[in-house]
Design a protein around this ligand. Structure first.
Ligand code: CTP
Ligand code: MG
Length: 174
């Protein structure tokens, strides 16, 4: 069981890194928001200032690089190198799309940019990552393991953001 969870955590590491990359690289300073400052029908921002194109692509690139490294150092080799890269790309792209969809939902229910929306903030990206990589989920990623992975992710997300806040990488600790 523990084995499965560790394998599952290694498998989704590209998603974790993609999600953290925009904060680590301070891409928020890039000032080109994904929604180009456009508003939705409810006259609120489509996504808000927290989602930039630089952050979107930095996330995908870093997540994919981490995936490649995991294969190269032999930490996990489920597929051949090419397929592994593609799975990392799917996980990372799913992460960044899920992150943006999360912001879209937050703006629609009037949660302001940077304000927390528990569970969506922590799990939205992971659910999208898993859906994007659905056809390549290894056997150890069963429903039970995924459920445990989600519980772990909520805690890891809070811990990582708390550290990022202390390191002044984030303005808020969530
Ligand atoms: N970020 C970015 N581009 C992205 C995603 C994140 O530049 N596509 C950066 C922004 O500086 C953002 C920070 O990473 O503020 C933290 O990301 P997140 O917590 O997802 O954004 P929030 O600012 O909290 O905005 P929201 O309320 O829309 O989630
Ligand atoms: Mg946030």
């Amino acid at each position: 069981m523990i084995d499965k969870i560790i394998n599952a955590l290694i498998f989704i590491l590209p998603a974790y890194f993609a999600n953290a990359a925009p904060v680590l690289f301070r891409t928020g300073k890039s000032k080109i928001p994904m929604d180009m400052k456009m508003k939705f029908y409810d006259s609120r921002r489509i996504l808000g200032e927290g989602k930039t194109w630089v952050g979107f692509f930095v996330g995908i690139i870093i997540g994919t690089i981490i995936g490649a490294l995991i294969w190269l150092i032999g930490l996990q080799r489920i597929y051949n190198f090419e397929t592994h890269i593609m799975v990392s790309l799917l996980l990372s792209t799913g992460t960044m799309v899920g992150d943006a969809v999360g912001s879209f939902i937050k703006r629609r229910i009037s949660v302001r940019r940077g304000r927390p929306l528990p569970l969506l903030d922590q799990l939205g990206f992971l659910i999208f990552a898993l859906v994007f990589a659905y056809n390549y989920l290894p056997a150890f990623m069963d429903v039970y393991t995924i459920a445990i992975l989600m519980v772990i992710t909520v805690f890891v997300h809070y811990a990582a953001n708390g550290i990022a806040y202390k390191m002044k990488l984030k303005r808020v600790p969530w």
